[in-house]
Design a protein around this ligand. Structure first.
Ligand code: FAD
Ligand code: UDP
Length: 364
């Protein structure tokens, strides 16, 4: 008999498994995919780590989480500084003095502030949706060139139907600083994310290619408790209806070039180009290989059974999630955790913090 049956080998499941085992618990991890790691998994091709499920940059302000991951793997000094490409015009991200000077030909922070003040004046009340929030943060020009098209293709909805919080993730700075994140600590694991996951799951029994929801009877009674990190609605067989997710499609190409775009992430912000970004993987690790791999990321409508990438946290889905959450709370012997089970737009550091809290509460 196992103490914990852990469904899903992403960061939540792997951190939980590691900590439980360290505390003498017997754990079994089930994973639907044919590999472990969830969305941070990388595939190595010609010595380049390909981020199979989209670009992943680790960043956190929490020293405890930084120290936690650093005990398993060293991190390099990569700083994410994506470039936005709007109809062939290039702008630095996040929105900072480099963006403002290129856009308006201005020089000083005060000039940038006045420009934005002038353009945001159309928003008079508390922003109710992403469009109003964006205009109120950075004004109309940036909204039109760098936000509207990107966001609408990313989410498949109009900016007026999206929650304001999505855009608040991005810093707005009146300094010449292209660091996409405000966090104190940032980097990519040296040798790739698989090293982190492999270290967490070292010595732990893992079965890949097993969908727990399809083979639940087989695993009934095998463990004292289940830790479920898959989609919460799938666990309950969608009985209250389906939560919406945003899907993605990745197209990866090998190019006989040393350096294709000069940056790891280039965002395509116009509506007409169907992909949102092109990732050139080698730049995450300062690669010097003679070839390169690039991946176009296409947002896609999501159907049940496909990989669920982003929860769509609008009001309607949040209401449905609250009902599933009530069912989850009543489910004896099952812990629901992680991005899919909590239907939350978690970053990696948030997921690790949440898994650590959860396992520590369990083990006291
Ligand atoms: P997941 O990684 O999704 O793991 C869940 C696992 O459970 C999966 O392996 C899945 O196959 C498995 N599973 C599901 N259902 C079942 C079942 N029924 N039976 C068995 N197994 C099952 N965060 C950052 O901090 N920085 C970034 O730059 C960043 N970029 C991102 C880019 C993209 C495109 C996406 C989608 C996310 C990004 N994130 C980023 C978020 C990050 O991926 C997540 O925070 C983290 O991976 C979540 O871990 P998790 O364990 O909760 O979920
Ligand atoms: N965003 C944008 N233009 C960009 C980059 C981001 O409008 O060039 C918006 C978009 O709405 C996106 C949100 O900012 O969903 C958050 O961006 P982030 O890069 O944090 O998204 P993620 O990496 O999670 O996809």
């Amino acid at each position: 008999m196992y103490d914990y049956l852990i469904v899903g080998s992403g960061l939540f499941g792997s951190v939980f498994a590691y900590e439980a085992r360290k505390n003498g618990k017997k754990v079994l991890v089930l994973e639907r995919r044919l590999h472990v790691g969830g969305n941070v998994y990388c595939e190595k091709l010609e010595n380049i780590n390909i981020h199979k499920y989209g670009a992943h940059i680790f960043h956190t302000s929490d020293k405890k989480i930084w120290d936690y991951v650093n005990q398993f793997v060293e991190f390099n000094n990569y700083v994410n500084s994506p470039v936005a490409n709007y109809k062939g015009e290039l702008y630095n991200l996040p929105f900072n003095m480099n963006t403002f000077t290129k856009l308006w030909g201005i020089v000083t922070p005060n000039e940038a502030i006045s420009k934005i003040e002038e353009q945001r004046a159309v928003i008079k009340e508390e922003p109710k949706n992403l469009e109003e929030q964006a205009i109120s943060l950075v004004g109309m020009d940036i909204y039109r060139k760098l936000i509207k098209g990107y966001t609408e293709k990313q989410w498949g909805r109009s900016c007026t139907e999206l929650p304001a919080f999505i855009i608040k993730r991005l810093p707005v700075r009146y300094t010449f600083d292209n660091n996409y994140f405000n966090d104190r600590y940032q980097g990519i694991p040296v040798g790739g994310y698989n090293k982190l996951i492999d270290a967490l799951l070292d010595g732990i029994e893992v079965r890949t290619g097993v969908d727990y929801n399809e083979s639940r009877a087989e695993y009934e009674g095998i463990a004292q408790k289940v830790v479920y990190t898959g989609p919460v609605d799938a666990y309950f067989d969608y009985k209250l209806g389906q939560l919406e997710y945003r899907g993605l499609r990745f197209e990866t190409e090998r190019l006989e070039e040393v350096n294709h775009q000069g940056v790891a992430v280039m965002n395509y912000t116009e509506r007409e180009i169907p992909y949102t970004r092109i990732i050139e993987h080698k730049h995450f690790e300062f690669g010097t290989q003679p070839v390169t791999y690039v991946t176009k990321e296409y947002p896609a409508n999501w159907q049940p059974g496909e990989e669920a990438y982003y929860p769509v946290n609008n009001e309607c889905n949040q209401n449905l999630y609250r009902q599933y959450k009530a069912l989850a709370n009543d489910e004896n012997g099952v812990i629901f955790g992680g991005r899919l089970a909590e239907y939350k737009y978690y970053d990696m550091d948030d997921v690790i913090a949440s898994a650590l809290k959860c396992v520590n509460d369990e083990l006291v």
